[in-house]
Design a protein around this ligand. Structure first.
Ligand code: MLC
Ligand code: AMP
Length: 512
């Protein structure tokens, strides 16, 4: 055992303000002090420890956003278990896969989903199933009654597993990215310095907390800084406009900025106390970047990351380190190595696009129970293959700035949510009368990209496209369901037989 405790909770706690009566989290109806953060996460950790579940057990959580849900994340860290957050949009069939793969010992769901979630959880070996609601009520909270608020955070080594984040795969099968206490701690500390987080920052937190962006970049960042969070359940432009004047920071996927700009009330005066707007998870259009600057006088900081790596690159916060440039994701973060290589694996000079690879303390330890997949995604010399196509430098851009110019993985990003076409194609292909299908992204003014499908009928079969879409809505999270399904007679293929999705994207591109 190393002397230093690398438990991420301890790292975050080191930044809590001395005055534990200061406000840590404020929702439209409730206020939680730093003392509350310590005592509620302590009590939840005490409950987790009291269950007697084995070290390394997974705690799977599919609940609405609430301060209590954040405390459950902290409690899981404190007690040394592995936090597994699930998108609330996932349907029963999707959750069934995650539970069968991760075999969590504890599952926390909502009262509304308990009737299907509890039997599934028990079937896959869960020992405890509880509910937690958006207002902080639920059977989990009742189970805490009488437990102490003090809890000694469990000792962890940097390589101990802290969380598993499922990311879909190009094969249609989701993979659990395993992130360690060391991965998350290193990235949080780096971002604290690089973005100049301060205790008097006030973060407008509107992102969901089941992904890297809302949970690690935003919430870990504010916790480590000892900064207050204005905690909204989701993106709500009316509420955002009300809260902005007392905030200093905001993070969002590009859709958040598109929607702010679409509201004529959004102006410079509302941003008078803001010091930093951060965008990520999907490409920020140059138009959005420029319009934002013209409207507010502020320059959005774009950064680049992923579930497997947390944050890799960021445009500078400190002007002394350089300008924030439209269309780029900035230089590699301190301590993170980023390279662009050709198909032969050799590093390319600035100006030449290639495969983005990453190495550093932020890079995950592998995919849960998928050693072969893990091996495939790393080079022999330890670089992680991101599946993104990037280029350093270029016209008017310094050579150490990276731009993401494409993806080698077949992925659609809709409103910051990743959609892997293969997963949807597998469901479509299994439907009666379907010969084959192709799913691809088309430009969308609000979501950046939206999902579209073409299907080829079997000879003589008639397809009912509306009922196919309805069936998809039962099987898959809504954000994955194609907004349009079109029947065609044959998929365009190249001479190798590969479906030419570029042609489909061009043909069906929404001109708006
Ligand atoms: C919701 N819907 C979406 C959607 N979000 N459809 C496509 N793409 C999306 N992203 C659907 C709902 O299912 C519903 O469908 C309808 O749209 C309206 O629902 P809503 O709740 O009112 O949604 P809306 O306000 O439009 O939500 C859009 C959004 C939200 C952009 C605010 O999706 C969001 O908060 N996205 C953030 C995602 C995120 O945090 N990504 C980070 C990943 S981490 P129906 O059919 O019921 O009408 C990562 C790493 C990194 O990538 O670098 O950060
Ligand atoms: P996820 O697997 O959900 O973590 O999504 C990670 C992916 O989102 C990356 O591999 C990129 O393709 C994409 N991404 C994240 N940030 C950016 C950005 N600033 N610009 C372009 N793509 C991004």
């Amino acid at each position: 055992m190393s002397a230093l405790n690398a438990n991420l909770y301890g790292v975050l706690q080191s930044g809590f303000p001395k005055n534990r009566q200061a406000v840590a989290i404020e929702t439209p109806t409730r206020v939680h002090t730093w003392q509350d953060v310590e005592s509620l996460s302590g009590r939840m950790a005490a409950w987790l420890a009291s269950t007697g579940i084995a070290p390394g057990s997974r705690v799977a959580v599919q609940v609405e956003k609430s301060p209590e849900a954040l405390m459950l994340y902290l409690a899981t860290l404190r007690a040394g278990f592995v936090y597994l957050p699930l998108n609330t949009a996932y349907q029963e069939a999707e959750v069934a896969y995650f539970l069968s793969d991760a075999q969590p010992a504890v599952v926390i769901c909502t009262e509304a989903s308990r009737h299907w979630c509890e039997p599934l959880a028990l079937q896959h070996g869960a020992q405890h199933v509880h509910t937690l609601e958006a207002d902080g009520s639920g059977s989990l909270m009742r189970a805490l009654e009488g437990l102490p608020t003090a809890f000694e955070t469990v000792h962890c080594n940097p390589g101990d597993l802290a969380t598993i984040l499922y990311t879909s795969g190009t094969t249609g099968r989701s993979k659990g990215a395993m992130l360690t206490h060391g991965n998350l701690g290193a990235n949080a500390l780096t971002l604290k310095d690089f973005w100049g987080w301060r205790q008097d920052d006030v973060l407008l937190h509107m992102l969901p907390i089941f992904h890297v962006h809302g949970l690690f970049v935003a919430a870990n960042g504010a916790l480590l800084a000892g900064a207050r969070m204005i905690w909204l359940p989701r993106l709500d432009i009316d509420q955002a406009l009300r809260e902005l004047p007392r905030c200093t920071m905001m993070m969002g996927v590009p859709t958040y900025y598109v929607r702010l700009l679409a509201d004529p009330r959004f102006d410079r005066a509302l941003c008078r106390n803001m010091r930093l707007f951060i965008s990520g998870s999907a490409p920020l259009l140059e138009d959005t970047f420029k319009e934002f600057r013209a409207r507010t006088g502020m320059t959005i900081l774009e950064r680049y990351g992923m579930s497997e790596t947390n944050m890799n690159t960021s445009n500078p916060c400190d002007p002394a380190l350089g300008e924030r440039l439209a269309g780029t994701v900035g230089p590699a973060l301190p301590g993170v190595a980023v390279r662009v290589v050709g198909d032969d694996g050799q590093p390319l000079p600035a100006g030449q696009p290639g495969h983005v690879q990453v190495r550093g303390p932020n890079v995950f330890s592998g995919y849960w129970r998928m050693p072969e997949k893990t091996r495939e995604e790393f080079t022999d010399d330890g670089w992680f293959r991101t599946g993104d196509i990037g280029v350093f430098g270029g016209a008017g851009i310094p050579d150490h700035y990276l731009s993401i110019v494409g993806r080698s993985k077949d992925l659609i990003i809709s409103g910051g949510y990743n959609v892997y076409p293969k997963e949807i194609e597998l469901v479509l292909d299994a439907m009666p009368g379907v010969q084959e299908s192709a799913v691809f992204g088309v430009p969308h003014p609000d979501y950046g990209e939206s999902v579209m499908a073409v299907v080829v009928p079997r000879e003589g079969a008639g397809l009912d496209l509306a009922s196919m879409q309805a069936e998809l809505k039962v099987r898959l999270a809504r954000f994955k369901v194609p907004r349009a399904i079109v029947e065609i007679q044959a998929l365009p293929r190249n001479t190798m037989g590969k479906v030419q999705k570029n042609m489909l994207r061009q043909q069906y591109a929404d001109p708006s």
